[in-house]
Design a protein around this ligand. Sequence first.
Ligand code: ATP
Length: 286
Amino acid sequence: MTLKNGPIIQFVDFSYAYSGTSSSALKSVDLLVEKGTFVGFTGPTGAGKTTLIKAINGIIPHFEGGKLTGRILVRGKDTLTMTTGQIARIIGTVFDDPEAQIVCLDVEQELAFGLENFGIPPEEMEERITSALAMVGISHLRRRSTQSLSGGQKQRLAIAAAIALLPEVLVLDEPTSELDPLGSEEVFKVLKQLNNDHGITVLIAEQKTELLARYCDNLVVLNQGIIAVQGHPKDVFMNKDIIKMGVGLPQITELALRLEDRARELPLTLEEGIIYCQDYLSRHRR
Ligand SMILES: Nc1ncnc2c1ncn2[C@@H]1O[C@H](COP(=O)(O)OP(=O)(O)OP(=O)(O)O)[C@@H](O)[C@H]1O
């Protein structure tokens, strides 16, 4: 397969079992992520999404141990030969539980902490902190104590702390789990903006298929540790197998499938849904 911008992350026949378990959480995963793309990972609970994220940023196997075969290459280099510090220079991570990620007492310190660890000069830190907070819409919280933030605000802070480090790749494990629909949409908008304007490759594990449908260039469905389906969201949601796996379709897509089993082209977004409904009504008007 030829990629316009070349691969940034590559899984080569990668399998992994957590220590003390006999069955593999990921099985023979082959995956090529093109630099600059926005890739979503979804699948039922226990499918291996978190495991895949932890394998990309080196937590697996560097911290988790376990047994693996195959390779993961980041910018062409095997993660086994890199330290987690070296991987973190390329890959920023946001977990679903911001509590586990936030270590400082106030918002500004939280961002400064990562920048100091990366040896960013003080004169550059100010600009990075200001722009990262603005990008996720929490500039007004700069002086607040991290303990006083709501769950959603903490999630935004965790994202700001990751993007302040200007990673080439951002991996996020359900970063909108604490957010309402509007807040979730805003996070995806921010990620898309980072992807478009700064060329940051975004890899996001997420259950909210409406958002994945709207924002991803490529969608990967995991099931029982294997890549069951992957491709453009439109093609992935056309595949009926994913419903059997328990992957929820975007509501508008589900509506179209209920109206006609063989819809010509499935709508994925509200805008496409409106066009689809107008077309459906004109075809079924007596
Ligand atoms: N630390 C661990 N030790 C042993 N087994 C684990 C560990 N973490 C996850 N697993 C197992 O690995 C498999 C994949 O889990 P993983 O958390 O990657 O799935 P997931 O798709 O992220 O699920 P969810 O949507 O529920 O977060 C599951 O069978 C899970 O029970």
